[in-house]
Design a protein around this ligand. Structure first.
Ligand SMILES: NC(=O)c1ccc[n+]([C@@H]2O[C@H](COP(=O)([O-])OP(=O)(O)OC[C@H]3O[C@@H](n4cnc5c(N)ncnc54)[C@H](O)[C@@H]3O)[C@@H](O)[C@H]2O)c1
Length: 348
C-alpha cells in the first residue's frame, strides 16, 4: 500500500511557499488543473507531507512553516490559507557569505545550527529538498552530505553543482540513495518555453540563425542572479537550450536585471531570427509574464513523486529520468518529448 511522501525542505523561501500552498490546494480541491500529472506511480500531489524545515533567517526560525512562508523577504502570492503544519523552522548551517544581493536581505538568526542528519533520521524523511538561495553552494553541499548520512534521497533545485559533482553522485550511488538536480526547470519558465519554441521551429524545417532570451524579475532570486549567480545561470541556461538544436547558432540565454516593483513577477523576452522556405527571413519577438514562485510548484511535485518512486525501487545515484525531466543541468540531455517519455516510463 502506498504511504505519504515524507519531505524535509531546506530554504523556506518563495518556491517553498508556493509548493506547500499548492500541495494543500490539490489535496483539498481534487482537481488537476495546472499539474503535469495528477497521479504518478499512484501518488498524488496531496500525498506530499512536510516533516522538517530549515532556514537561517531570524524572521522564519522558530515559527510554524504556515507562518514562516509569509515572513519577509518572501513575496510569493497567497493562493490558499496554509493550515498550521506543526513543523517549526529549524536553524540550518550558513557557511556562505551573506554579503551582497539576496543573501543581504537575510537577517541571520543568532542560533546554533541543528544537526540536519539527526533531524532527518528522527523525522524519517524520505527526501531532503534543497531550495536555499542560489549562490549558497557550500550550504547546499552540507545539506547533500547530511542527506547521505541520514539515508535520505536528495533533490537539488538550486544552481549549485551537486549532481554534476562526480564525487557526490558516486557517494549517493554507493549509499544506495537517489539524487536529482541541478537547477530546477520551471513549468512555464523561460528556459522551458525557449527550448519548446526552438524545438518547434526546428521540427518545422526552420533554420535558426540567432536567438536570445532575457528576463527581468522582482523576487529575491532576481537580485541574487544580478551579481552572485548571473554568469553561472547564463552558462547553465544557454547550455540547456543549445543542446536541443542539432546545429550551432548565435544564442544568449540568461537573466538580465532586477526590477523591484515586479515583486514576485517575471517578464521574459524571446527573440528569434532565422530562415524558412527558399531562404525567406523572419524575426519573432515574444514576451511572457509570470509569477515566479508558483512556476516551480508543478515540476517540484512531479520530481518529489518521481524521487519517492526511485527510493521505493532502490534506484541509487543520479536518477536520470527525473534529472532530465525536471532540471536545467541533468547528467544527460534529451529532446523534451524524449525526457517526458522516459519520465513516464520510469514512474509508470
Ligand atoms: N522559483 C523557480 O521557479 C526556481 C527555478 C529554478 C531554480 N530555483 C532555485 O530554487 C532556490 C529557491 O528559490 P526561491 O525563489 O524560493 O528563493 P528565495 O530567495 O525566495 O528563498 C531562499 C530561502 O533560502 C534560505 N536560505 C539561504 N541560505 C540558507 C541556508 N544555508 N540554510 C537554510 N536556508 C537558507 C533563505 O533565507 C530563503 O528563505 C534558488 O536556489 C533558485 O535558484 C527556483
Amino acid at each position: 500500500m502506498l504511504t505519504e511522501i515524507r519531505v524535509a525542505i531546506a530554504g523556506i523561501g518563495n518556491s517553498t511557499s508556493s509548493l506547500l500552498q499548492g500541495v494543500q490546494y490539490y489535496a483539498e480541491n481534487g482537481n488537476s488543473i495546472g499539474l503535469l500529472h495528477e497521479k504518478l506511480g499512484g501518488y498524488t500531489a496531496g500525498d506530499i507531507k512536510l516533516v522538517a524545515a530549515f532556514d537561517i533567517d531570524k524572521n522564519k526560525i522558530g515559527k510554524d512553516v504556515s507562518e514562516a512562508i509569509h515572513a519577509e523577504p518572501n513575496k510569493a502570492p497567497k493562493m490558499v490559507e496554509l493550515k498550521k503544519t506543526g513543523i517549526v523552522v529549524q536553524m540550518g548551517p550558513h557557511p556562505d557569505s551573506l554579503n551582497g544581493n539576496t543573501m543581504s536581505q537575510i537577517v541571520l538568526a543568532k542560533k546554533e545550527p541543528v544537526d540536519i542528519a539527526e533531524v532527518l533520521k528522527e523525522t524519517k524523511a524520505d527526501l531532503l529538498l534543497n531550495l536555499i538561495s542560489g549562490g549558497a553552494d557550500k550550504a547546499s553541499r552540507l545539506y547533500a552530505e547530511a542527506a547521505l548520512k541520514a539515508g535520505c534521497g536528495f533533490i537539488n533545485a538550486t544552481p549549485a553543482g551537486i549532481v554534476n559533482d562526480i564525487s557526490m553522485a558516486s557517494a549517493f550511488k554507493r549509499a544506495g540513495l537517489p539524487l536529482a538536480g541541478d537547477d530546477l526547470m520551471s513549468q512555464m519558465g523561460a528556459t522551458a518555453v525557449h527550448i519548446g519554441l526552438l524545438e518547434f521551429l526546428d521540427s518545422r524545417g526552420v533554420h535558426i540563425d540567432e536567438s536570445y532570451q532575457l528576463d527581468v524579475g522582482g523576487g529575491s532570486e532576481s537580485i541574487n542572479t544580478l551579481e552572485k549567480t548571473r554568469d553561472i545561470k547564463r552558462t547553465i541556461k544557454t547550455d540547456a537550450v543549445k543542446k536541443h538544436i542539432p546545429y550551432d547558432f548565435e544564442l544568449v540565454s540568461g537573466s538580465a536585471d532586477f526590477v523591484d516593483f515586479l515583486v514576485n513577477g517575471r517578464d521574459s523576452f524571446f527573440f528569434v531570427k532565422g530562415k524558412y522556405f527558399s531562404g525567406a527571413e523572419f524575426t519573432l519577438d515574444m514576451k511572457l509574464s509570470t509569477e515566479d514562485s508558483p512556476n516551480a510548484g508543478a515540476v517540484l511535485v512531479d520530481v518529489i513523486r518521481g524521487m519517492k518512486i526511485a527510493k521505493d525501487k532502490g534506484t541509487a545515484g543520479a536518477v536520470e529520468p527525473v534529472c532530465s525531466y525536471g532540471f536545467k543541468r541533468p547528467p544527460r540531455r534529451y529532446m523534451m518529448t524524449e525526457t517526458y517519455k522516459q519520465f513516464k516510463e520510469f514512474t509508470g
